[in-house]
Design a protein around this ligand. Structure first.
Ligand code: NDP
Length: 611
């Protein structure tokens, strides 16, 4: 069964679908928004323990480096790589995990896999000469690729692992940053980069009684293989055969690990608040001959640009990746081509888009009926919202897992788990006794940058980033912040804001940082900072766009639409370049090539700049 069964379908009742979407959304709305979730502190702090790498002792660092980078995930790796390519040898990555990898260091749950085609998702493939073994690579290969980048660019030499930055302070007298960490380090850096990742602080649902559970429990991003047996490469979890397990959450993580748990547990209860849309995965090994034919010079950049253009609805002539992310664009292209030129208004285009979305989601719902044997379970697994309201999922075994006699969907009808007791989970009016609760409850997204980074950097004149951003994030290009010289952000917001392929945002930011640092070093500038005017102009430009939310207020709640809450001033500025991701990348390419560094002020030495 594929997701393209378009035969014998009755015509769409668009009004009925709109009504159903609104009803389902209303069931899930709750007033507490992001406040419904818990941090892993206090009783839950041990959940953050690194189960993968033993911590080794080392003396504190008190030296000086040219660039310090906070975070050893893709952001730190690609920025480190671009800096090294630009001849900046002295780059120190500081990483809280025990190795490079970021999200792929922590997320080793069974079945973990990238949902975006490896050829565009895995960065620096061309530079490192790696051919992904599958169209959608599994987590161990991606983690190994992170290590490959680290080795290839010599980033291991000076990396500090199992180290969390606790403070970044601008030393104006010496034009450098003082970096302090939880390992007692206090070193200085001429420049700092920050790539803390959008999804790295695990969260738990604030369910009453969650602290009372006496059995075993863990979050999916700290998978406890000592308890479950098995390993990240898919070895069977042989210690679960006599155990009753609850999974709380049915997002992208649960969709990938549930089939593995279903095969291993005595009983598996999957507690669902909102069903994910689960489209066809259709993974396959990479054919080396085919890969050799596409991997010509510049290939990965071409693929990146093509995927982004397709995924963001620019409707280019060609679709290289051809998958579920680009499917709506393919349909839309065909539909729009059929509209006579004189009738091609923005309203007709939006109508065509909605129709394509309805059709797509009808197919995804039909797929549930085709694959899930029990009618009641199938009913519960159907997603009633537009595809990009929630993170789309893709899997060829998730839905079928519910056909196994030991695997039970506990659909809470949008209300979520009611309570946790010392022995189990209470939901939809019944208690389910379990030995283990696995929280597939995701990561903090809608919270502030300084909360998620774990430090509040102090810039020029002692101003903290949280103060500077009290009324919302303000940057130039999503990279520079006025008042914080020689500091760079590597993340999507206020830039391309591209969510379907986060690494594309990161590789572009890395290029910008590398040329900026190179320019400063070549010309002996001790400081570089975004001017207030340039930053203001950029923020004004962002404000002229349609606003921040990826999913609109009509969407069922989730992190794509701020949990359904009205965006506050902070949220409003979590937006992207108004003309779209491709236009942003083109703008930045021109900016870098121009060599004028418009909007940046390069200075020779310590000085105060009037605000
Ligand atoms: P998500 O935030 O997507 O999912 C959390 C789940 O927990 C949701 O189903 C949520 O329900 C549920 N939940 C929260 N509170 C309760 C409650 N009180 N009772 C019952 N259920 C509850 O987290 P994931 O870890 O699944 O994914 C996070 C993101 O990480 C993804 O969106 C994706 O961007 C990325 N990811 C990427 C992957 C890839 O590329 N391969 C794989 C996995 C993740 P509700 O929907 O109602 O809020």
């Amino acid at each position: 069964m594929t997701g393209t069964n378009r035969l014998n379908r009755p015509p769409l009742d668009k009004d009925a679908l709109r009504r159903k979407y609104a009803e389902e959304r209303d069931k899930r709305l709750r007033p507490d928004g992001n406040a419904q979730y818990l941090r892993l502190t206090g009783r839950f702090a041990p959940y953050l323990h690194d189960p993968y790498t033993p911590r080794t002792e080392r003396p504190p660092r008190t030296d000086h480096v040219t660039v310090a980078f906070v975070g050893g995930g893709f952001a730190g790796l690609v920025t480190g790589a671009r800096l090294k390519e630009a001849g900046v040898e002295d780059v120190r990555v500081v990483e809280k995990g025990g190795d490079f990898g970021g999200t792929w260091y922590w997320n080793r749950y069974p079945g973990a896999q990238c949902d975006t085609a490896s050829y565009v998702y895995m960065p620096l493939l061309e530079e490192t000469g790696h051919m992904p073994t599958e169209k959608y690579a599994h987590a161990p290969e991606i983690l190994e690729h992170c290590r490959r980048i680290g080795r290839h660019y010599g980033l291991y030499d000076d990396a500090l692992f199992h180290t969390e930055v606790t403070a970044l302070e601008w030393d104006a007298a010496r034009s450098r940053w003082i970096v302090r960490t939880d390992r007692g380090d206090s070193f200085t850096a001429s420049f700092v980069g920050m790539g803390i990742g959008p999804l790295h602080v695990p969260k738990l649902p604030g369910i009453p009684g969650i602290e009372d559970f006496a059995g075993h429990a863990f979050h999916t991003s700290r998978w406890d293989y000592a308890y479950t047996g098995g390993d990240p490469s898919g070895a069977p979890m042989d210690r679960l055969s006599g155990r009753r397990v609850a999974v709380i959450g049915t997002g992208a993580t649960a969709v990938q690990c549930v089939p593995h748990l279903a095969r291993a547990c005595k009983e598996l209860y999957v507690f669902q608040r909102t069903p994910s849309s689960v489209d066809v995965r259709d993974n396959r090994p990479t054919d080396p001959e085919w890969f050799a034919s596409i991997a010509t010079p510049g290939w990965q950049q071409r693929w990146l640009e093509n995927f982004t253009a397709n995924q963001t609805g620019e409707l280019p002539d060609e679709d290289l990746v051809m998958d579920g992310w680009t499917d709506i664009a393919r349909r839309l292209r065909a539909r729009i081509a059929a509209i006579p030129q004189e009738e091609l208004t923005p309203e007709r285009m939006m109508e065509a888009y909605e129709e394509c979305d309805f059709e797509k989601m009808e197919e995804i719902r039909a797929r549930v009926d085709a694959l899930v044997e029990d009618a009641e379970t199938a009913r519960g697994l159907k997603a009633w919202y537009r595809q990009l309201c929630k993170r789309p999922c893709f899997h060829d075994e998730y839905l079928q897992a519910f056909n196994l006699p030991n695997t039970h969907l506990v659909d809470t009808g949008g209300r979520g788990v009611e309570r946790i007791t010392s022995t189990g989970v209470v939901a939809a009016g019944a208690e389910y006794e379990v030995d283990c609760v696995i929280y597939a409850s995701g990561f903090e997204v809608g919270t502030g940058f300084t909360r998620r980074s774990g430090y509040d950097m102090t810039g020029r004149d002692g101003v903290r980033l949280s103060e500077r951003w009290a009324q919302g994030m303000r940057t130039l290009h999503g990279v520079h912040v006025h008042g914080f010289p020689n500091a760079f952000l590597v993340q999507p917001t206020q830039g391309a804001n591209l969510i379907s392929n986060i690494p594309h945002n990161l590789t572009e930011a890395a290029r910008t940082i590398a040329v900026t640092v190179r320019h400063a070093l070549d010309h002996g500038y001790a400081e570089v900072e975004a001017t207030r005017e340039a930053e203001e102009a950029w923020v004004e430009l962002l404000r002229s766009g349609p606003g921040r939310l990826i999913g609109g207020p009509d969407c069922t709640p989730g992190y794509y639409n701020n949990e359904g809450q009205e965006p506050g001033p902070w949220d409003w500025l979590n937006t992207g370049y108004p003309y779209g991701a491709t236009a942003y990348f083109a703008h930045m390419d021109r900016w870098r090539r121009s060599g004028t560094f418009e909007g940046l002020d390069f200075r020779e030495g310590p000085c105060r700049v009037a605000d």
